[in-house]
Write a protein that binds this ligand. Structure first.
Ligand SMILES: C[S@@+](CC[C@H](N)C(=O)[O-])C[C@H]1O[C@@H](n2cnc3c(N)ncnc32)[C@H](O)[C@@H]1O
Length: 250
């Protein structure tokens, strides 16, 4: 067995990576989180098939908040010629490097960076940008979405937890200046969990409603924005619209 594979099998992961020797990396707990990853992978592949078809060698992608590289690996295995995974946590970048070696996917590059500090001009634009599981851990989700938009040549897919939205009208300084609400944000406190591998790095989290997310993506320059369909047997959070996957086309 390849050395990187043996190292990968010796630790517990957030994701159930299938290794070339046939083994699967052990995951947290009893694997209860595995279905969320498999549902999101299936939804992603449907969107990629519809947009890019099967021939993907000429395509490049950025995977923002790549964690241990689950979606970066999926993109590389599905044929993308270049995949750049970005994450703020050095331990995730190290794990993503180990998985890249274990899966023998040299087309994956890894960058340790906070999404807000990314040099988008230097990184350039890419056919696909993923922003999965990130914006609801941020105090500046709109800023992160602007970064995602700046990196997108063709398609950006955002996946996030959402909160129920308020609708209605607001007296904006006076009853004579009334404005419609376009969506809402909920505030979630992760200040006690910033050490957690999946958590926010600052602890103050603004979680959008789906209406807010769609409206903001439209405002920051995506020409078409669509909430992607969920398989009926998918992970309950996605089926019941507690999480959503939203695609934006440039
Ligand atoms: C819930 S995990 C999601 C990982 C993966 N994208 C997924 O959907 O399975 C959140 C990830 O965001 C990363 N993260 C949190 N704040 C970040 C920031 N400001 N910039 C870049 N990555 C960040 C964390 O290190 C972690 O890998």
């Amino acid at each position: 067995m390849h050395d990187a594979e043996a190292q990968a099998l010796a630790k517990t992961w957030f994701y159930p990576f299938q290794l070339p020797s046939g083994g699967t990396t052990p995951t947290y707990g009893t694997g209860e989180l595995d279905p969320i990853h498999h549902t999101r992978s299936a939804m992603l592949e449907s969107a990629l098939q519809a947009e890019f078809g099967a021939e993907r060698r000429a395509l490049s992608a950025v995977d923002l908040a790549c964690h241990q590289g689950w979606f970066s690996a999926q993109l590389a295995q599905s044929g993308f010629g270049r995949v750049i995974g970005v994450d703020a946590r050095p331990e995730h970048i190290a794990d993503a490097g180990l998985i890249r070696d274990a899966l023998r996917l040299p087309q994956i590059e890894l960058v340790e960076a906070d999404v807000h500090g990314l040099d988008t001009a230097r990184l350039g634009t890419h056919d696909l940008v993923l922003c999965f599981g990130l914006i609801y851990h941020l105090e500046n989700p709109v800023g992160a979405l602007r970064v995602a938009r700046a990196l997108t040549k063709r398609l950006c897919i955002v996946e996030t937890q959402v909160v129920p939205g308020l609708t209605g009208w607001v007296d904006y300084g006076s009853y004579r200046f009334v404005r419609p609400l376009k969506g809402s944000f909920g505030i979630i406190d992760e200040t006690g969990e910033t050490h957690g591998p999946e958590a926010s790095t600052t602890g103050i989290c603004l979680v959008p409603s789906v209406e807010a997310l769609v409206w903001i993506m439209d405002r920051i320059g995506f020409k078409r924005v669509e909430v992607l369909p969920v398989p009926e047997d998918g992970y309950e959070q996605l089926v019941h619209r507690k999480r959503v996957m939203v695609a934006g086309w440039v």
